[in-house]
Design a binder for this molecule. Structure first.
Ligand SMILES: Cc1ncc(C[n+]2csc(CCOP(=O)(O)OP(=O)(O)O)c2C)c(N)n1
Ligand code: SF4
Ligand SMILES: [Mg+2]
Length: 313
């Protein structure tokens, strides 16, 4: 029976490709969460495109039944942006590692945020370059030495949440790879958000990172779980009036301050969310046809450019 003729199930988002991540890798949980969220939102596989950079995390599109593109190291966001602008009816999900997104891809990360194209970007944050044998990634804190490093890191880590807020992402959250149920809800919210959504997902790498482990993340400190949901403590990151710049700034400041909490307490959930104009909506004001017809359906072959050429003579 064709997929369109019956209700979608989780299996419809799986592929027969052998998954070659290490046993117990946190990446399994993230893929599962993405599949669950797509299934819960009832978005059919042919309406989804998953893009990745290079890294262990970069293998993700192979394992999700949807359109997929395994791009170059650090180049996931320009590819995802191009695809979304060409076919705005697609749900576009970009994924990659912390090295991919905040190292070689840092310039794209920053400039994609301020553009506010309607996609979701999920960073698998394991603190290391997993695929290339565990070198310290930009999210690894000063003084930390994982088992793959000869000596502790002597530079500061960057703060993905604060960087995302400063860059202009309009939905910013943090999830945990080994809690696919909560993570799928968060991914669902990010997908439904209109605009660029960024998720920092804490991902265990049992092969190279023996510091940020499942045990460490899930243990209790002073009788409280290390990881907690900010919403459970009354935190509200949603901008209720997007036309009010003061409220936007106040919510950004609140999110950045919260993002520096790390160690004995690690916040998860939605740090910031604002419904601001997307790049696609800006384009529609210049190109009215864009509102009704995706670019891929435009007849560019028979376009009359004679006036343009005449103007340039
Ligand atoms: C231009 C370029 N430089 C370097 C590499 C080598 N390389 C491949 S993956 C990677 C880092 C992967 O780390 P991360 O992005 O954190 O992904 P993870 O493997 O941890 O999921 C590097 C440096 C490459 N493939 N291309
Ligand atoms: S090296 Fe780490 S991130 Fe890569 S598959 Fe193995 S456990 Fe996962
Ligand atoms: Mg990594």
């Amino acid at each position: 029976m064709a997929i369109a003729e019956r209700p979608l199930t989780l299996n419809d988002y799986k592929t027969p490709v052998h998954i070659n991540w290490c046993p117990s890798c946190g990446d399994f949980g993230i893929v599962n969460a993405i599949q669950r969220s797509l299934n819960e939102l009832k978005i059919p596989p042919h309406k989804v495109a998953v893009f990745s950079g290079i890294g262990c995390s970069g293998k993700t599109p192979h394992y999700i039944n949807a359109y997929g593109f395994h791009t170059l190291h650090g180049r996931v966001l320009p590819n995802a942006t191009g695809a979304k602008l060409a076919n705005k009816d697609m749900t576009v999900i970009a994924v990659g590692g912390d090295g991919d997104g905040f190292g070689i891809g840092a310039g794209y990360f920053v400039n994609s945020g301020r553009r506010n194209v309607d996609f979701t970007y999920i960073v698998f944050n394991n603190g290391v370059y997993g695929l290339t044998k565990g070198q310290g990634a930009p999210t690894l804190a000063r003084g930390v030495r994982t088992k793959s490093m000869p000596e502790p890191a002597i530079q500061d880590s960057l703060n993905p949440i604060a960087l995302a807020i400063g860059s202009g992402y309009t939905f910013v959250g943090r999830g945990y790879a080994l809690d696919p149920k909560s993570l799928s809800e968060l991914i669902g919210q990010a997908i439904e958000h209109k605009g660029s959504a960024f998720l920092d997902v804490l991902q265990t790498c049992p092969t190279y990172n023996d510091v940020m482990t499942k045990t460490w993340l899930e243990e209790s400190v002073h009788d409280h779980p290390r990881m907690y949901r900010i919403a459970d403590e009354g935190y509200d990151g949603v901008v209720s009036d997007p036309s009010n710049p003061s409220e936007i700034i106040a919510k950004k400041v609140q999110a950045i301050e919260k993002s520096y909490e790390w160690g004995d307490r690690i916040p998860t959930g939605v740090f910031y969310s604002a419904r601001l104009r997307t790049y696609e909506e800006e384009l529609e004001t210049r190109l009215p046809d864009y509102a009704t017809t995706p670019l891929i359906d435009w007849n560019v072959q028979d376009r009359d450019v004679s006036k343009l050429l005449a103007a340039l003579r």
